[in-house]
Every structure is written in C-alpha cells, then in structure tokens.
Design a protein around this ligand. Structure first.
Ligand SMILES: N[C@@H](CCC(=O)N[C@@H](CS)C(=O)NCC(=O)O)C(=O)O
Length: 250
C-alpha cells in the first residue's frame, strides 16, 4: 500500500485523520509508532513532533489540518472543505476551535483515565515486542504523558472548564445551523474534527475509547451531561450514520 497513516491507536487526532481518509474513500494502511520514538520519523519526514503522520506516495504530511487541505487539493472527490469562500472560512475556523477543544479534553481525560489497565492495553498491545514487558514500560509512559500534556491536579480542572466552553460554542453553532451539521447541509471537516476530538468522552462502540471505566463522580457527571446535550447526541448520530468505518484504529 502506497498510503500509510502513522499513528497512535488512542489518539483522537489520529481518529480525525482516519475519518478524513475514510470519508474520502481513500484506502490506507495503519502503522502504530511507539510513543516517544515516533518523533524520529515525524521530525525526519515532516519536521514535526506529532502523529498523525501521513505518507501518500512520495509525500509526507505531519499535521491533521494540513492533511485535510492537502487531501482535498489532491483528491477533490468527497470534499472536506466547501468551495464557497464564506463556508470554507467558517469550516476552517470551527476546525481550529475543535482542535483547541481536543487539547483541553486530552489533558482532562488523561487525568481521569491514565491509571486504568484498559488504557495501558490500548496503548501497548499493538506493539508485539512491548506486550511481554508492558507492566514495566507503563509507568514510564504514564510519566511521559503527564509531563508532555501537563496532566497535573492544578491544570486539569481548568482543562475541563475550557473543554466544556469550546463544546458550548460548537453546540451553539450546530443548533443555529439546524442541528444536523456545523456548516451547510453536508458533512465537512468541521464536523469530522468536532466529533472525533470529542468522541473519547462518549465510549462509542468500535472506537479505542469504548473500554474505559468511569470512576470519578465528576467524569460520571460530564459523561451523563454530554449524552443529554444536543452536541453529545449529535456525535452519537454521526458515528452511527456517517462514520463509514469502525474498528480501523488497531
Ligand atoms: N496539531 C496536531 C496535533 C496532533 C497531536 O497532538 N498528536 C499527539 C497525539 S494525540 C502527539 O503526537 N503527541 C506526541 C508528541 O507530542 O510527542 C494535528 O492536528 O495533527
């Protein structure tokens, strides 16, 4: 396969990239990079430090937003961004907002789930060499994640607040647009970004986040509130009706 998505199974930005490729009906292979070591490839090929990292033929793209623009330019079928300049600008702005929400969500959610064996399994079971030693590796990985994403008791409450504030702004846009899509009358990059970056909150079957346990009362409350809100119900609808591939994250 000449198109390869380098990723982490658990990453919601990688889910965004998978969804974009699936939406455009582009076939690809998934390769899981080991956290930390991934930076060698990301830096070498795209001068970045993160995944998703896409290799498409001879091209390498190292950021999910860049990927969207690049994919649309190269493969115009099933556009992620509308041609109309006003709608296009709005989609780009909402995607950026969703990306920002994803950073807050990640910090808060890791604070809630990073001590769970289910998280260790999703993160490490895809590396055959790591499985026999995963219990030894896990504390180092946990520490690295806490440090990289600044998952601390001081920072996570603010991350929750910010994550919910972005959710409210996206939800208001959705409701103002009639409740089906964020912009216009069809799925765009804005919807894919918002739904994939907030999907970890909802334990949707077929996603990497289905197996986590909700332990704290705060998480229970956030989960129930999100399920009740138009935004949460909308994400569930998109996953049920418009996410044209599942279980492709392993
Ligand atoms: N702006 C980037 C963000 C991607 C991102 O934050 N990826 C995380 C995984 S969720 C990552 O690679 N973290 C490892 C690191 O920063 O070294 C994108 O949209 O692709």
């Amino acid at each position: 396969m000449n198109r390869i998505l380098y990723q982490f199974p658990l990453s919601h930005y990688c889910e965004k990239a998978r969804w974009m490729l699936d939406f455009k009906h582009l076939a690809y292979d998934v390769r899981n990079l080991f956290p930390g070591a991934h930076r060698l490839l990301s830096w070498w090929r795209a001068h970045g430090t993160t995944v998703p990292l896409l290799k498409d033929g001879r091209e390498w793209i190292g950021d999910s937003t860049e990927m969207a623009f690049w994919l649309d330019a190269r493969y115009p079928q099933h556009p992620l961004l509308p041609n109309d300049p006003l709608k296009r600008g709005k989609v780009a702005m909402l995607e950026e907002m969703a990306d920002e929400g994803g950073v807050h969500l990640r910090r808060w959610l890791y604070g809630e789930i990073l001590d769970q064996d289910a998280v260790m399994n999703v993160m490490l079971d895809s590396y055959a060499w790591a499985v026999p030693v995963k219990e030894y590796l896990w504390p180092f990985l946990q520490q690295g994640i806490r440090r990289l994403y600044r998952v601390t008791p001081e920072k996570t409450p603010k991350a929750l607040e910010n994550m919910l504030a972005v959710m409210t702004r996206l939800e208001q846009t959705l409701v103002d647009n009639g409740g089906r899509y964020l912009v216009g009358e069809q799925l765009t990059l804005a919807d894919i970004a918002a739904a994939s970056l907030y999907a970890p909150l909802l334990a949707i079957p077929g996603t990497p986040w289905e197996s986590f346990t909700i332990r704290s009362p705060v998480f229970q409350q956030v989960y129930e509130d999100t399920l009740r809100r138009p935004f949460g119900r909308w994400i569930l609808r998109l996953y049920a009706e418009e996410r044209n591939s599942r279980n492709n994250w392993k």
